[in-house]
Design a protein around this ligand. Structure first.
Ligand code: PMP
Length: 375
């Protein structure tokens, strides 16, 4: 008999599941035979990719050489609107990589990391990879409970995550509350403000960089995956003090940003028309969904992002499956720490309408179920 390989796997990874992305379009086509499923499950840009980014990529002449590791031009472009320095900018293979760098640079086994629950699942997963201990503080009314998170900080705390807007609820924290929290946190704890959906926030939204200006141990994370429509090239960036950036850089893989990503992002950042159209589509879609949810009497958290967490009167997994059978892909809140809700990305007006048509029909059947069927 072959000896078991169990001893190979690190102890912190036993009983550990890999990150589970949403159901793919190909899977729905294969399983249910839909030619064009409506995909509202991964918070992508329904308008596609910045046309300027696509055009810029056409002009790439060669990929045979290593690109510059520093990407100075791109860092200058990202620093400029904030009048920051290139030393304040860190680039990553998606902002996912930057989250991993935080753990690689700062979290020893047994160190504590404070985060909300539910929040973006990767924070917990990456903490587990390095053997960090997560201290998970329930949201209050769907919003980060910053008082309780502050109370959860101990001398062992290295990092605190605030996801603003929060995935999967779409909610944001109040500006004054975030500043008070940032100032009250011990100055040697890293505050990570993940703002993957920052560009969708309205004027009331907080710019994490304003927090960084008053609190040096802060890292603000952004991504090209959402509003710029570049999820597939994998590009994220962060703003922090030069010291924090230098420490994160120690852990980073060399050449972590591929040339197609750098070229596309540089063009997308100046694609004002596409950004404005994407924001407008999102605002319109949010109204379309919000009005329908109000009319149908289902609760949805107020969302500052490009997705919304809506309550369903059946198990979220069942609601998700029923929508899937009708060719609409959403995310079940069950796997996101949000039982009883679905996470629905804002699509085009047509996609939102297709989702709402299916949702309304299903809602009537769910509500008509006998009481015993609901348990
Ligand atoms: N942070 C949050 C809150 C997210 O929702 C996502 C994407 N799902 C990411 C980070 C990761 O984005 P990226 O594609 O840049 O790795």
């Amino acid at each position: 008999m072959q000896p078991s390989l169990d001893r190979l796997l690190r102890t912190s990874l036993r009983g550990f599941a890999p990150y589970k992305p949403g159901t793919s379009v190909d899977e729905v086509k294969r399983r249910y035979g839909f030619e064009h499923p409506v995909k509202l499950s991964q918070n992508e840009n329904p308008l596609g990719t910045s046309p300027r980014a696509l055009a810029a990529m056409q002009h790439i002449a060669a990929l045979s050489d290593y690109d510059e590791d520093d990407h100075r031009t791109l860092k200058e472009r990202l620093a400029r609107p904030y009048v920051l320095d290139v030393g304040n900018v860190i680039l990553g293979h998606g902002s996912n990589e930057l989250v991993m760098l935080v753990f690689g640079a700062f979290v020893d086994p047994g160190d504590e990391v404070v985060l909300a629950t539910p929040t973006f699942s990767l924070f917990r997963k990456d903490a587990q990879v390095v053997g960090g201990t997560t201290v998970e503080v329930p949201l209050r009314d769907g919003v980060h409970d910053l008082d309780a998170m502050l109370a959860a900080v101990t001398p062992k705390t290295k990092v605190v995550f605030v996801c603003d807007p929060n995935n999967p609820t779409g909610t944001r924290v109040a500006r004054e509350a975030l500043f008070a929290f940032a100032k009250a946190l011990p100055s040697d704890v890293l505050l990570v403000i993940d703002q993957a959906y920052r560009e969708y926030m309205d004027a009331d939204g907080t710019d994490g960089v304003d927090v960084l200006r008053v609190r040096p141990a802060t890292l603000v994370l952004r991504t090209a995956s959402k509003i710029y429509g570049l999820a597939s090239v994998r590009f994220g960036y962060g703003y922090a003090s030069p010291q924090i950036v230098a420490w994160l850089d120690r852990v980073r893989l060399p050449f972590n940003v591929a040339r197609p990503a750098a070229v596309a992002v540089l063009a997308a950042l100046d694609d004002d028309d596409f950004i404005a159209a994407s924001v407008a589509n999102n605002e319109r879609g949010m109204r379309q969904l919000g009005d329908a949810f109000a009319r149908l009497g289902v609760h949805a958290y107020p969302s500052a992002a490009n997705f919304v967490a809506v309550e369903v009167p059946v198990a979220a997994e069942d609601a998700y499956a029923a929508l899937l059978e009708r060719g609409v892909i959403t995310r079940s809140g069950d796997g996101l720490g949000m039982p009883g809700r679905l996470r629905v990305t804002v699509g085009t007006p047509e996609e939102n309408a297709a989702f709402l048509d299916a949702f309304e029909v299903l809602l009537a059947t769910w509500r008509a179920r006998p009481i015993e069927a609901l348990t």
